[in-house]
Write a protein that binds this ligand. Structure first.
Ligand SMILES: O=C[C@H](O)COP(=O)(O)O
Length: 239
């Protein structure tokens, strides 16, 4: 296993790569979790509580809606936000502007949602072009591409991962957690990892509720987890 958590703004910082049968400690798992609160009705007080939990638990990031930025965080804790969320059906210009503003307001990482219509039309040049535009907008900040894997065929998963890599993405991410087709699966995570190799990170998110879920995603190849049920997940792991 390798463990590279910390505050270094490098693409694969905050990653933990499991061997097939290994189990992370509570601290190892926390160090690759984006502790997430994206419910649209979440208040600033709830975001502050999220930050306090994240600091106590030792998670890598907090992940909040862009309207909640800037977020005050203690040293070492990073801030992630979302872009084009949750449908992805925003124009490229809107996504790029939203991502740029998020970085200007303190986001270290931006999780953008693909245009799923472009995916279903198999217009992967358009997918690549949009991801590239958002990557240019975030500059040196880290870009994760949410592919909404539960709504895609395996062929589409592979194609959008390739397009994202060509466009300069740092991570591919399974799910928003808001799509009716569902969230992360070990099958999708393994396919995404097989497609991007170790060149990109793979973030599993959406529906991870227990330690068993989290361990399964890491064993399948995830190097980051997006989780709202972080407290429950970590309670199920050993020190
Ligand atoms: O991006 C992260 C997801 O929104 C988290 O989904 P979840 O609430 O199912 O953990």
């Amino acid at each position: 296993m390798s463990h590279a958590a910390g505050s270094e703004p490098t693409p694969l910082a905050g990653t933990w790569r499991a061997q097939p049968a290994s189990t992370p400690t509570r601290a190892e798992a926390a160090a690759v979790i984006d502790h997430t609160l994206l419910r649209p009705e979440a208040t600033a007080d709830q975001v502050a509580e999220l930050v306090a939990q994240a600091a106590r638990l030792g998670t890598y990031c907090v992940c909040v809606s862009p309207s909640q930025l800037p977020v005050a965080v203690p040293g070492g804790l990073r801030v992630a936000t979302v872009c084009g969320f949750p449908s992805g059906a925003h124009t490229t210009a809107v996504k790029a502007a939203e991502a740029r503003e998020a970085v200007d307001r303190g986001a270290h990482e931006v999780d953008m949602v693909l245009d799923l219509a472009q995916v279903k039309e198999h217009d992967y040049n358009a997918v690549e072009s949009e991801v590239r535009a958002v990557k240019e907008a975030v500059g040196d900040s880290l870009l994760k591409v949410i592919i909404e894997s539960a709504a895609l065929s395996d062929e589409e998963v592979v194609a959008v991962c390739r397009a994202s890599e060509r466009a300069g993405a740092d991570y591919v991410k399974t799910s928003t957690g808001f799509h009716p087709a569902g969230g992360a699966s070990t099958h999708a995570v393994a396919l995404m990892r097989a497609t991007v190799g170790e060149r990109l990170g793979v973030k599993a998110s959406g529906g991870i509720r227990t330690a068993q879920d989290a361990v399964a995603m890491l064993r399948a190849g995830a190097s980051r987890l997006g989780v709202s049920a972080t407290v429950s997940v970590l309670e199920g792991l050993e020190d």
